[in-house]
Design a protein around this ligand. Sequence first.
Ligand SMILES: [Zn+2]
Length: 496
Amino acid sequence: MKLVIAQMKHETNTFSPVPTPLARFARGNDTPPEGDAAVAAYRGTGSAIGAFIALAEAAGASYTIPIAASAAPSGPVEDAAYEHIAGRIVEAVRGGCDAVLLDLHGAMVTRTFDDGEGELLRRIRAVAPAIPIGVALDMHTNLYDAMGEHASAIAGYHTYPHVDMHETGLRAGRAVLAQLAGKAKPTMAWGRQPMLPHVMRQGTDDAPNRELQARCREMEAQGALAASVFVGFPNADIECAGLSAVVVTDNDAALARRWCDELLERAWSARAQFVYKPEPLAQSMQRARALAADKPAGSGPIVLLDHSDNCASGGTMDTMTVLGAMLDAGLNDAAAFAIYDPQAVQRMMAAGVGAEVTLSLGGKFDMPSIHLKGEPRTVRGKVKLLCDGRHRNVGAMGRGELQTMGPSAVLEVQGIDVVVISNHVEPHDLAAFTAVGIAPQHKTFVMLKSRVHWRAGLKSLAHAVVECNGTGVCTSDYAALNHRRVRRPIYPLDSL
Ligand SMILES: [Zn+2]
């Protein structure tokens, strides 16, 4: 038995000004890892591709990994990058195999294709019309029909923060291996609802997504090979953005359809709970101060979430609104993770540890899609630490995977340790802080440019959480995004 295993992961924020060339998928190298380098990067990790490797090896199958390409979210993928990645995968399939296992995101938009994953699957089908294709997808998938039409078995994460990537890979992979062994016949039904759940309301610690995902697991316990609700990624102005569901059964099309419809109906009746109402920033700062005044000694930090500029949703990670509000409010004994500003890091590297520097920090990106100009802030502070920014995740999300923040620095400004990095990395793992010598549990305030994933590795430290409505392309304000291409009517843009 010969398998082609591959990864092509990118969540595309079509409003983001951050470019997505091939180098963004390469993690510090010239191109994304292939072959043995890809195996070394992902074997034993908590990723879906790690699960495919484990399944193949346990089954004694031979396998090849033509490419493992994953990039932090950003704007539409450059055509050359897409053609390189998709080309490698299609070429490997053309070389001959019994099945394909793909670790995809599900919300990839390229300069040319609104549905990067559907286009990849279409190309694979063109060279291998009959082979089984198993696909693991992120919960933020924006599902197009092409994905359902060309894949044999689709499985999506059940958790947000995404701590079950590996289990998702196992579900997709096992369905395909069972098909190869003649023990199952994966049969899929899928569908969409006209709704755009807000990312801040999608966490699976909370209703209504907690209950939707629990029902998916129940269906799997009752015999579904995979049952998935995709809450979708609303920061993409494409026709099929929003919520969808896919159910895979063993050769029972009617049951797959019935279960899929049930999931879609449950989601639709909970649509109002997916709407997010942000608090004004000044009020958040007041609340943070009041929480600090009442905080018992020894309790963890008050976490300030700068959710409008989350790089793992395509944010530039360099808007200064929330950090600026903290500085203006005099919040100190604090850490801030992070400001993306490679130029500022270089300035600090030239100055050296211990140097006092005045910098124009952040605000390097304009955001024309939401009519915002980049606004740097002049800060004066002391360079506390310089490092290469490489570390491995220790928490449940992507455990063991290498993170590359690039050259990184800590600048102490008015009692706030501001982490400044050169690659986009969302703070969801304690290792991101230990890599820069910060113990967040001992701070009074910790600002995170994150929406939900921070919960994976940092929530247990938090005394309280304050969601701060700053600026950025992950804005909570759907009106500012001004979707033009998404299908209409759609809730909550239209009253349905
Ligand atoms: Zn996701």
